[in-house]
Design a protein around this ligand. Structure first.
Ligand SMILES: [Zn+2]
Ligand SMILES: [Zn+2]
Length: 443
């Protein structure tokens, strides 16, 4: 059997919480430890592990012992065992080495940790267990997959935050020569990361085709593209990469995008999914970022919910032409960045029950949707900029505005007034504790 590519994903807010918690001083213990809980799924040749909750070892479960950093009682391990049994989850034993750079296990770690992990393996052998050493800015992970031994290093560990953090332990940065010299300001790792991350585009019409073209120029080597439609005559006013012959040949939109990718970036590995994303949902669950260029609120809501569950930042773009009472047309649109743990499209009042209801009521009679190339270009370019920021963090701004509102009459793209009415609390539509494979309670 081919070796599984393992990817561990952790939500940004949880990562920050764990770091802060592990730094808290204890009355006598030299360091703090805790347990992260996970679900996992094997999809194709990949295993994705989603970390969705954390519990620190309780203060009174530490045992005084000057010879090691942290020693704790059997009660601490029993708590963790109970957790993995009750929720059928996996576990990751976590502690912090408070320095910068890639941490390595100490002698005490090597002697002490495997026994802790084995207890958890015995409690739930069907799950994946292991340990994680955090440093201030890096990771060391060892995992025991079901039926395996404690040696597996994941291919990737990522933190789903603003920006995202990607760590590929076994991979080296490669040189690209002069090809990307004009975008080297994005950071020394940026081109390497563009070559590693899996970015999906859902919908390859007026918006998605622009996104595909720009991804090719940037050097995104592992795109996954989803669309079941073929090119039609009415698409030629805006479908980037489409040729006149594609109308006669009824070329699939995924093939048009793939052709564009290949012509610009010969080394690209485009995964084409010729249908609704729901029919290829598992392929999407393995992606790192999704850009959604879909037509209606129901599709957006469904796509966002899926991305939230599987810890994938979702960037939504869309444009609309509406006619006012005087019969005059106006162009509007939006770019929304929805990151697990931060405000979602419902928090932002972009998706509401009212809009979904109205849309459902006139299902099938939406008529011809006016669409033009330049607003799609503006919105798609902005989305691509957000993807670049998420991957590289080059702006150091953390992307404050996650809802940008487009006025095509004036040609402006500004933070939406909706941002003023955001609730103070974190999003409760999609709790981080429900990330990953839906859990069942064991009886
Ligand atoms: Zn240690
Ligand atoms: Zn929300």
């Amino acid at each position: 059997m081919k070796k599984l590519k393992v990817h561990v994903k952790m939500p940004g807010p949880l990562y920050e919480k764990v770091l802060a918690d592990l730094k808290r001083p204890h009355e006598f213990a030299g360091e703090r430890v805790g347990f992260l809980y996970t679900t996992h799924k094997i999809i194709g040749g990949r295993m994705i592990i989603w970390i969705n909750s954390y519990s620190p070892v309780k203060d009174d479960h530490y045992i005084y012992d000057r010879s090691v950093g942290a020693r704790f009682s059997g009660a601490a391990i029993r708590d963790a065992m109970e957790q993995v049994i009750t929720h059928n989850s996996g576990s990751v034993y976590v502690h912090l080495h408070n320095h910068k750079g890639v941490p390595a296990p100490s002698e005490a770690d090597k002697n002490g940790i495997p026994g802790v992990v084995q207890s958890l393996v015995h409690a739930n052998p069907t799950a994946t267990h292991g340990y994680l050493i955090l440093s201030k800015n890096s990771f060391f992970v060892r995992l025991q997959l079901p039926g395996g031994s404690l040696v597996t290093a994941p291919e990737c560990i990522s933190v789903i935050g603003k920006p995202m953090v990607f760590h590929y332990p076994g991979k080296r940065l490669h040189k690209f020569g002069d090809k990307y010299s004009r975008q080297s300001f994005l950071g020394p790792e940026s081109q390497f990361l563009f070559g590693q991350v899996r970015v999906a585009i859902v919908g390859l019409g007026g918006g998605g085709s622009h996104v595909a073209q720009q991804f090719a120029h940037i050097g995104i080597l592992n795109p996954a593209i989803f669309d079941g439609d073929h090119a039609e005559e009415s698409n030629l006013n805006r479908l980037i990469g489409a040729w006149f012959m594609d109308i006669l040949r009824r070329t699939l939109k995924t093939r048009i995008a793939k052709r564009l990718f290949k012509k610009i970036l010969p080394g690209v590995a485009v995964e084409c999914y010729d249908g609704r994303w729901q029919d290829y949902a598992e392929a999407m669950q393995t992606c790192d970022i999704v850009v959604g260029c879909v037509d209606d609120y129901a599709s957006r809501a469904e796509l966002e919910a899926e991305c939230r569950r599987y810890l994938i930042p979702y960037i939504d773009i869309g444009m609309d032409v509406h006619v006012d009472e005087a019969g005059k047309s106006h162009i509007s649109g939006q770019v929304i960045t929805s990151i697990p743990g931060w405000p979602c499209m419902r928090c932002l009042q972009f998706v509401t029950e009212e809009k979904l209801g109205k849309e459902a009521a006139k299902y099938g009679q939406a008529g011809i949707r006016p669409q033009v190339v330049w607003p799609n270009g503006t919105l798609a370019s902005t989305a691509v900029g957000i993807v670049v920021e998420l991957i590289t963090g080059w702006t150091s701004q953390g992307m404050g505005n996650n809802y940008l509102s487009y006025d095509g009459d004036k040609g402006t793209l500004v933070p939406s007034h909706r941002l003023k009415f955001l609730p103070e609390e974190a999003c409760d539509h999609f709790p981080l504790s429900q990330s990953g494979v839906p859990a069942y309670q064991s009886l």
